[in-house]
Structure formats: C-alpha cells, structure tokens
Design a protein around this ligand. Structure first.
Ligand SMILES: NC(=O)c1ccc[n+]([C@@H]2O[C@H](COP(=O)([O-])OP(=O)(O)OC[C@H]3O[C@@H](n4cnc5c(N)ncnc54)[C@H](OP(=O)(O)O)[C@@H]3O)[C@@H](O)[C@H]2O)c1
Length: 251
C-alpha cells in the first residue's frame, strides 16, 4: 500500500520511521518533505494534490486547523484517507472527505520505534479488505486500541502527551540521584531501563499496578516510604490536573 503523507512534521516523521517503507510526502517547506522522503527512500512531491493522486492511502499529518484548506486540494483525488489530526472527529473528517473510506487514528511519538500507543475511532465497516489493511498498518506501530469516537480526544490527552511526562519524570528521578552522587548518565540508564522493564512487567501482570507495587513494597521497608513521599507530594493530583489542563485546551 503506497502511503502519502500530507505534512512532513514531527508526527509524520515518527510514523514514516515506524512504517519502514518508502512514503510520498508534501509540506509547505519542500526541503522538509525532501528530508523525510530521503530517509524512507520515498519521494517528496510539490503539492498535496499530487500526493493524493499517487497514494493508495493519504495520511493527514498537518495541523487540525488546516483540515478544510487541505481537503480542497486532496479530496478530489484521494482514494482513502487516514487522519491523525487531534480533536477532528470522524463526522468532521467524513464531511471534509465525503464518499470514500475515512479512518481516524491518534498515534503517540514512540510509533517511531514501533512501541507506540495508537487509538482508532471505531466505525462501521467501509471496505472490509481496506479496513483490515489500514488497521494492520497502524497496528504495526505498537498497541492499537479501538474506542468510540467520543472517547478519542480523552485517550489522546492520556497518551499523546505521555512521552513528555515520562521524559519529565525521568529527569526528576535522575536529578534526585545526582543529589546523591550518581552521575547523570549512569542514573539515566538505570531509570530508563527500570521504566522500560516495569512496563513489560505490567503487561505480563495484566496491567495490575497494585500487584507490582506490592511486590516491590515490603511492609515497613524502603519503597513504602518513597511512595508515601510521592503521595504527599501530590503525584496523583498532578497527573489528574495535567489531564484536566490538556482536555480543557483540546475542547
Ligand atoms: N505530536 C504529537 O505527539 C501528536 C500526537 C497525536 C496527533 N498529532 C497530530 O499530528 C498532526 C501533526 O502534528 P505535529 O506535532 O507533527 O506537527 P508539526 O511538526 O507542526 O507538523 C505539521 C506539518 O504540516 C505542515 N503543513 C502546514 N500546512 C500544510 C498544508 N497546507 N499542507 C501540507 N502540510 C502542511 C507544517 O508545515 P509548517 O510548519 O510550515 O506550517 C508541518 O511541517 C497534528 O494534527 C496533531 O494534532 C500529533
């Protein structure tokens, strides 16, 4: 399936790297499109319309505010469209791209290393073979979860911002180690591997966070003191407030 990317920014690059196949792409900054195309062995094209003409699946990776403008160029030519635009609902997409298969996904940055979370807005079947191919394409980027379209924005606020949150928490943990003499580079390796390993453990324990916490927390031991300090520091409230702040802005 020939993929055509509209926009060659951060998320387009992450998707293309994850797909590991030559892509067609267009971007107002042609050198940006050229750089992405060169990385995948694909081709940068001069216009969005040209991408739409030559692609089997057009992937909208521009900004949400450009939906209508881009649709005037792309809709006359596109055979099928997949959107990753934040906050743009399936109804709005189908309005902009009538009478052809339209899919809504929200990816997260780790799709670049095929470890991303991807949300798909559930929809009635359109073209069963194509539906399957498109779902497999996005599913190849990590874990794909289908949700009702009304929940996709909340899911996006949960996981699309999370790479930044994890980076921040990593930095805080590394800095805490630096205060006790652990070199930042050694601390970063220890913390990042612990996060990655814990993610895998959680998967194997059916995402049972309490079970993992209990395994690490001996009664009266060290970890419970650390957890208590984090709770008193408001860690749950901080994450809850972050969700509210992002949802508020998304709306
Ligand atoms: N970043 C994330 O973690 C994330 C997660 C989920 C969903 N998304 C969605 O992914 C999309 C892209 O986000 P991003 O972070 O990759 O933004 P970005 O880095 O700004 O990329 C958007 C690209 O689209 C280009 N563009 C602007 N107008 C265009 C047009 N008319 N035709 C073709 N390309 C055009 C932009 O060029 P200029 O810079 O010159 O305007 C830019 O290169 C957004 O809709 C966002 O909601 C992002």
């Amino acid at each position: 399936m020939q993929i055509g990317l509209i926009g060659a920014g951060n998320m387009a690059r992450a998707l293309a790297r994850g797909w590991r196949q030559p892509v067609l792409c267009a971007d107002p900054v042609f050198t940006r499109a050229q750089a992405l195309a060169a990385e995948t062995g694909g081709e940068a094209l001069q216009s969005n319309a040209e991408v739409a003409e030559r692609a089997d699946l057009v992937v909208l990776a521009h900004k949400p505010a450009q939906l209508d403008l881009v649709a005037t160029e792309v809709a006359p030519h596109a055979r099928a469209v997949a959107s990753i635009l934040a906050t743009v609902t399936l109804v709005a997409l189908k309005h902009a791209y009538p009478e052809r298969p339209v899919y809504r996904f929200i990816p997260s940055l780790p799709v670049e290393v095929r470890q991303g979370a991807v949300v798909q807005a559930a929809d009635a079947p359109q073209q069963p073979d194509l539906d399957e191919q498109v779902q497999a394409l996005f599913g190849s980027l990590g874990t794909l979860v289908k949700l009702d379209d009304s929940l996709v924005d909340a899911a996006m606020c949960l996981m699309s911002c999370a790479p930044a949150y994890v980076a921040l928490v990593t930095e805080a943990q590394v800095d805490a180690g630096v205060r006790y003499g652990i070199p930042a580079s050694a601390g970063a390796q220890l913390v990042v591997q612990t996060f990655a390993g814990t993610a895998e453990l959680l998967r194997r324990r059916s995402y049972d966070t309490l079970a993992v916490r209990r395994e690490v927390s001996s009664p009266g031991g060290l970890t419970v003191r650390g957890l208590d300090a984090l709770e008193r520091g408001g860690v749950r409230k901080a994450f809850s407030d972050a969700m509210d702040a992002v949802m508020h802005r998304a709306k």
